[in-house]
Design a protein around this ligand. Structure first.
Ligand SMILES: Cc1cc2nc3c(=O)[nH]c(=O)nc-3n(C[C@H](O)[C@H](O)[C@H](O)COP(=O)(O)O)c2cc1C
Length: 356
């Protein structure tokens, strides 16, 4: 039986256990220059120090125009490498492996940061404004920006990168038939819609080497699980080492039913991917995993290879010690507050309690 404490090697990177910190952006930590700050370094240091196996650092912009908001961390220029080096050091010194999620917001880009661009002309944040359809040259330039950011991530010392391929951002926009209406080699079949990301993976592999961990956080239903798996298969063929599964633009697949355990459908998407990719590519699941019991159930029953903790590890990083050695922790209250993003006025109530 696999246990939460069991290490796992992904490509050449050893994770000391099966706990991963899900990418969770800290809007108020970066300034408009996109540089990582002391707050970021401490935030990740603390989570690594509590025993997390892999820290997946938050969605980081590959271009100033691809941001959610102006105060969003980036790695679009060399001047931003130094802050990332400190994040990496803080994680490694505390025994955690660390990868960086890289992203472009595409048609959902904040208009204060850049134009809404994507695979096709479709409604943007402002439904009366259509995005600009990318030309083939623009697609290639964008792929190079992703690979450039990965090269900088390697220079900063990251064990690897993760392409943000879910939650409706640019890579996901290429996958969804709702946002990708193209009829060229980047639209239509599963292989074509996956081509944008698959070519990025190949370019990163060429430029960052065989040992660099390449992960994709992918949409579990787009528009159904079988198609989402076919897309992920293209990523794996291109060299993806590790899949984390979350939501996409479409959500509901009637073939997706709850597991007998009380897990939600988003976790179930990861479980279904794991069934398919078992013994080939490690798979992680996410969503509303708040207790050591849930974590142990998922790992000990070999439903997934690793478990992503989002709000639970934001609320109290001691959730890791709780799952590893039954230590006390404060459970996430599952309130929506931490999802408000910029301008958040409330503090996390669990964090407040643990500081008392
Ligand atoms: C404050 C916050 C920031 C987030 N930022 C990201 C992000 O940068 N990248 C990403 O893929 N998902 C992001 N997410 C989604 C989480 O990674 C995770 O999928 C989601 O919160 C569900 O997991 P949980 O129930 O364990 O929180 C964010 C979620 C929260 C609450």
């Amino acid at each position: 039986m696999t246990r939460v404490n069991d290490p796992i090697v992904i490509n050449q990177t050893k994770l000391r256990n099966r706990l991963t910190m899900a990418p969770t952006v800290k809007f108020d930590y970066a300034g408009a220059d996109g540089k990582a700050t002391e707050k970021h370094i401490e935030h990740y240091r603390e989570r690594a120090a509590h025993g997390c196996g892999l820290i997946c650092v938050e969605a980081t912009a590959i271009a100033p125009g691809g941001r959610f908001w102006k105060n969003h961390m980036g790695l679009w220029e060399d001047a931003q490498i130094e802050g990332h080096q400190e994040i990496v050091k803080a994680c490694h010194e505390n025994g955690a492996a660390v990868i960086l999620q890289i992203n472009h917001t595409g048609i959902t880009s904040n208009p204060d940061c850049g134009p809404a661009i994507g695979p096709s002309a479709v409604p943007t944040r402002d439904p009366s404004v259509l995005s600009k359809e990318m030309t083939i040259d623009e697609i290639h330039e964008m792929q190079t920006l992703f690979a450039d950011a990965a090269v900088r991530a390697k220079k900063a010392g990251y064990d690897g990168i993760q392409l943000h391929g879910c939650h409706g951002y640019l890579i996901n926009q290429f996958i969804s038939k709702k946002t990708n209406l193209r009829s060229d080699e980047y639209g239509g079949s599963d292989e074509n819609r996956a081509r944008f990301a698959a070519e990025i993976i190949r370019e990163i592999r060429n430029r960052c080497g065989e040992e660099f961990l390449i992960s994709v956080r992918t949409a579990g239903v787009e528009p159904d699980v079988a198609t989402a798996i076919a897309v992920a298969e293209e990523y794996v063929k291109a060299g993806c080492d590790y899949l984390q599964v979350s939501t996409g633009i479409e959500w509901e697949d009637p073939t997706l039913t709850e597991h007998e355990a009380p897990y939600n459908l988003i976790c179930e998407m990861g479980i279904r991917f794991h069934e398919y990719f078992r013994d080939r590519v490690p798979v992680s699941c996410v969503n509303s995993i708040f207790t050591p019991e849930q974590i142990k159930y998922l790992i000990e029953n070999e439903l997934v290879d690793t478990v992503d903790l989002g709000r639970a590890i934001l609320a109290d990083p001691a959730i890791c010690e709780a799952a590893l050695e039954d230590a006390p922790y404060v459970k996430c209250f599952d309130c929506p507050r931490c999802q408000y993003g910029p301008g958040m006025v409330h503090k996390c109530p669990a964090e407040t309690r643990r500081m008392q």
